[in-house]
Design a protein. Structure first.
Length: 188
């Protein structure tokens, strides 16, 4: 058993009969009254994010999780399929369990979070950055580069990313998977 002082971002806990992960938290000590912890939790069974406030010192049931690296193979309408590179075991994960899946590319390495006691997949985390090839982009006009002008482009996964005007079709770019924003051009 843990208490609210143990809450950290990424911590998994049992709450109202389902496994949740802490997305955000803030310890609050108001001038009057008791301290409390304001959290944003993500339900790992249905993917819904909700706010919850715990009184300071309340006991919470934490869940031990194991991180294992898996490689993305393919997907269908409902699920993504991954393979463990060491054991060659395959798992499937519902698309709702994976944030920003529009940047998922074949062969990408992800971290699968397993419930230690039940040996079930409870979440899947993409890497912080992915390198994708630009497949479509409107060409920039000479002289338009005086300001930080961004133009939409389509990358190899079909996702849309806003990029600077000097990016051309065939270029490789680094994309932040959390925000979906362009980071830099990469030489391949």
């Amino acid at each position: 058993m843990a208490t609210t002082s143990d809450i950290r971002k990424g911590m998994c806990m049992e709450y109202n009969g389902s496994t949740c992960i802490v997305v955000e938290f803030m310890h609050v000590k108001p001038g009057k009254g008791n301290a409390f912890v304001r959290t944003k939790l993500k339900n790992l069974t249905n993917g819904k994010v909700f706010d919850n406030t715990f009184p300071a010192g309340q006991k919470i049931e934490d869940v031990r999780v194991e991180r294992r690296q898996y490689q993305y193979l393919y997907d269908d309408e409902e699920r993504f399929y991954f393979m463990n590179n060491e054991t060659y075991n395959q798992i499937d994960i519902l698309k709702e369990m994976l944030d920003n899946s529009q940047y998922m590319k074949e062969g990408l390495e992800v971290d699968a979070l397993f419930h230690s006691e039940k040996e079930i997949v409870i979440a899947c985390e993409m890497p912080q950055y992915v390198i994708l090839q630009v497949t479509e982009v409107e060409p920039g006009v000479k002289g338009d580069t005086a300001t930080n002008t961004l133009t939409p482009c389509i990358v190899e996964t079909g996702a849309e990313v806003r990029v600077p005007l000097f990016i051309k079709e065939g270029d490789f770019i680094r994309v932040d998977t959390a925000t979906g924003s362009y980071m830099e051009r990469v030489k391949q």
